[in-house]
Design a protein around this ligand. Structure first.
Ligand SMILES: Nc1ncnc2c1ncn2[C@@H]1O[C@H](COP(=O)(O)OP(=O)(O)OP(=O)(O)O)[C@@H](O)[C@H]1O
Ligand SMILES: [Mg+2]
Length: 304
């Protein structure tokens, strides 16, 4: 069953909205080589929905009243200054924050029609549906083959042919097959940084997730390796739904359909500033005609 999101998505007409003064001052003109938000995304069914989410680390509130919806087969970016809660929010989407002591979460996160914080949720099954790729690629000290097969093995898969098929499919999906097909038994740690990051993407793909969560996947990569991963993200969205945290605003513009700009709430009490979503819009709209002055300040470099 799909979830009908009651909140309106941005009007497709807004995609053609004229640039206002803010965007012009910032020099943020739509460049012909940058993709526009795919209008089909705006009408696609919702894959993931966050409702009134608050998160506390002990006494300190890190996220406040987060509302978000992610369409199937779309790419959504989280941008915003350091410490505003982007990684925290991403980790909420597959309950990775469960691994941190003293975290309290209020609100709901719906993946399909499953409330992932409902009592009795099978967290292992959830993390299969929502895979994670981290900032620093983290191949295990095993062969390339075993790194990709890992998730299936811990699910109990022993059939060699099934594993081989899954490893090949996943490495092809991650754009790495041609580079490694003759050295599958070699250590994964002999791969370059960019190859290791694509290996980690292949490892996430192997268990056939519905959504892939990426936390600054390119921050340790050079421009060529970054371009490979960005191309890959655009290919993967045909089959998967992707949420990516990035500090690189050009990257957000290049790969994402929707962008959420997070901020530390200036109105909160001293010492208790919490992360909020300042703006959640179609990416081209957010970068050319931001609705919120804080978004404009961030994308023009006035909030670091
Ligand atoms: N495990 C934790 N325990 C306590 N506080 C935490 C923990 N992880 C993050 N925080 C706090 O929550 C807030 C948000 O952190 P988070 O890492 O989500 O920010 P971020 O936007 O991802 O930052 P960056 O861009 O630097 O990666 C910060 O104040 C941080 O200190
Ligand atoms: Mg982070």
């Amino acid at each position: 069953m799909e979830i009908d999101d009651p909140r309106p998505l941005p009007e497709p007409a807004l995609l053609q909205a004229p640039l206002d003064g803010a965007a012009k001052r910032a020099g943020l003109f739509l460049q012909p080589d940058l993709p526009l938000t795919d209008p089909s995304v705006l009408s696609a069914p919702t894959m993931l929905r966050v409702e009134r989410l608050n998160l506390f680390y002990g006494d300190k509130q890190a996220l406040s009243d987060i509302n978000l919806h992610v369409a199937r087969n779309s790419v959504t970016s989280f941008i915003g200054p350091s410490g505003c809660g982007k990684s925290t929010l991403l980790r909420c989407l597959n309950r990775m924050n469960d691994l941190i002591d003293d975290v309290r979460i209020e609100g709901r996160v719906l993946l399909g029609d499953t409330d992932i914080y409902a009592p009795g949720t099978d967290v292992i099954a959830l993390r299969k549906r929502a895979g994670m790729v981290f900032q620093k690629s983290n191949p295990f000290p095993k062969s390339i083959f075993e790194n990709v097969a890992y998730g299936l093995r811990i699910q109990g898969q022993r059939d060699r042919l099934v594993l081989e098929e899954a490893v090949e499919r996943s490495l092809k999906g991650a754009g790495l097959w041609e580079e490694v097909k003759d050295r599958l038994k070699d250590s994964a740690q002999g791969l370059s940084g960019g190859q290791q990051q694509r290996l980690c993407i292949a490892r996430a793909l192997a268990v056939r997730p519905e959504i892939i969560l990426m936390d600054e996947p390119c921050s340790a990569l050079d421009p060529i390796a970054t371009a490979r991963v960005e191309e890959l993200i655009l290919e993967l969205k045909r089959e998967f739904t992707i949420v990516i945290v990035t500090h690189n605003m050009q990257q957000a513009r290049r790969v994402s359909d929707m962008t959420a700009c997070l901020m530390l709430d200036d109105n909160a009490k001293e010492g208790q500033r919490t992360g909020v979503i300042a703006e959640f819009s179609a990416t081209d709209r957010l970068f050319t005609n931001p609705k919120d002055p804080r978004t404009e300040a961030y994308i023009t470099g006035r909030i670091a």
